[in-house]
Design a binder for this molecule. Structure first.
Ligand SMILES: NC(=O)c1ccc[n+]([C@@H]2O[C@H](COP(=O)([O-])OP(=O)(O)OC[C@H]3O[C@@H](n4cnc5c(N)ncnc54)[C@H](O)[C@@H]3O)[C@@H](O)[C@H]2O)c1
Length: 333
């Protein structure tokens, strides 16, 4: 299959591209290598994960309609994974146009060009942020009246509404992947676990926003990737016009304190903590209901937090990575 992956120099996109290539797909990988966090890290990710597989990531700004349209004119794709976005909930309000440009304008460009090019299957990154501070014990795709608390989460919910309407009008099948706090090697330096590794190894204090009681359904990258690939194949079995959203989460929520303890155990060192006030865009807890996912693909592969953190730890301790972790973290607030 000929597949487009957007955001391919990003954390999830690079791992997904590598997996699709390993499964013998023909992948076109694009990213604009923007400066939200270290472009050098994005380049390193590509050179470590994709260059050895013979993949080059094309520099395309998807918020430019003419460039997006040209991509679809040159290639006939069977499937699209649209992951490019302004990730993270914490950017300052002065920069919210980044959410509009990358999560709404680029999203609209990619999804409408895909539909016009008769792409059959369109998957895109949504987020557990769409659930906001939901009172439900488990967050289910069946929950109605969702109220994201962050502007970021609101743009992801908007993507879901736009995708469903476009499926109804054009027949292109669409599926939103509601990712729950993904962690793993070559991750994103704005995320707590990445900074904790960097700060312990570099001997720096960690700014803990709020307290360590926030709960996240941390989901290991390999599980996210194998699930996303299976959900892509499964989408192919549906009739024209189908549209849904699927939780992609481990279903095993733990507190940030537990995550910190696991990292400290692996590095055999203590994290020095500086308490900061809670960011109002951060939800208190996330917890995925995985029933729909299991119904679709028959299983929800889960790497335990212990096993996942051990793998990140092995990566973080390698000499060529450990010296750079804190530097990469410092490129983003
Ligand atoms: N990592 C997580 O825990 C998580 C959780 C929920 C949702 N998501 C979503 O999953 C997707 C991938 O996340 P990630 O963690 O890999 O983030 P990431 O920031 O590492 O990757 C996103 C990539 O998209 C690129 N990009 C952004 N705007 C672009 C544009 N206009 N044109 C071309 N490229 C552009 C960036 O340069 C970046 O490399 C995002 O949509 C994110 O919102 C991630």
């Amino acid at each position: 299959m000929r597949i487009l992956v957007t955001g391919a120099a990003g954390f999830i996109g690079a791992h997904l591209t590598a997996k699709l290539i390993a499964e013998d797909h023909d992948v076109v990988a694009v990213d604009n290598f923007n400066e939200y966090y270290s472009p050098e890290l994005k380049i390193r990710r590509v050179s470590e994960l994709l260059t050895p597989l013979g993949v080059q990531v094309q520099n395309v700004a998807l918020d430019q309609h003419s460039l997006t349209s040209a991509l679809f004119n040159i290639n006939q794709f069977d499937c699209v994974y649209h992951l490019a976005a302004q990730a993270g909930v914490r950017i300052p309000i002065e920069d919210y146009t980044k959410y509009v440009t990358n999560n709404l304008v680029a999203f609209s460009n990619v999804i409408t060009c895909a539909a016009q090019a008769n792409v059959k299957n369109f998957l895109y990154a949504s987020s557990s942020s769409v659930y906001g501070n939901s009172p439900q014990k488990l967050f289910s795709e069946k929950d109605v009246g969702l109220e994201p608390i962050s502007f970021y989460g609101a743009t992801k919910l908007a993507n879901e509404v736009l995708a469903k309407s476009l499926s109804a009008v054009t027949g292109m099948k669409t599926r939103g992947l509601r990712f729950f706090t993904v962690y793993g090697p070559w991750g994103r330096p704005d995320m707590a676990y990445f900074r904790i590794f960097g700060n312990i190894l570099g001997g720096y204090e960690f700014n803990l926003m709020g307290d360590g009681n926030v709960v996240r359904d941390f989901t290991y990258i390999d599980d996210v990737i194998s699930t996303s690939v299976k959900l892509g194949s499964e989408l192919g079995s549906h009739a024209t016009g189908f549209s849904d959203v699927v939780n992609v989460g481990a279903g095993n929520p733990v507190s940030l304190d537990q995550m910190i303890a696991e990292i400290e155990k692996n590095l055999k060192a203590r994290l020095s903590i500086q308490l900061q006030s809670r960011n109002r865009n951060d939800v208190i807890r996330t917890s995925a209901d995985s029933n729909y996912l299991s119904k679709l693909i028959g299983e929800n592969r889960i790497t335990s937090l212990g096993a996942g953190i051990k793998l990140v730890s092995d990566w973080a301790k390698s000499p060529e990575v450990s010296v750079n972790l804190a530097k990469w973290s410092n490129t983003v607030a």
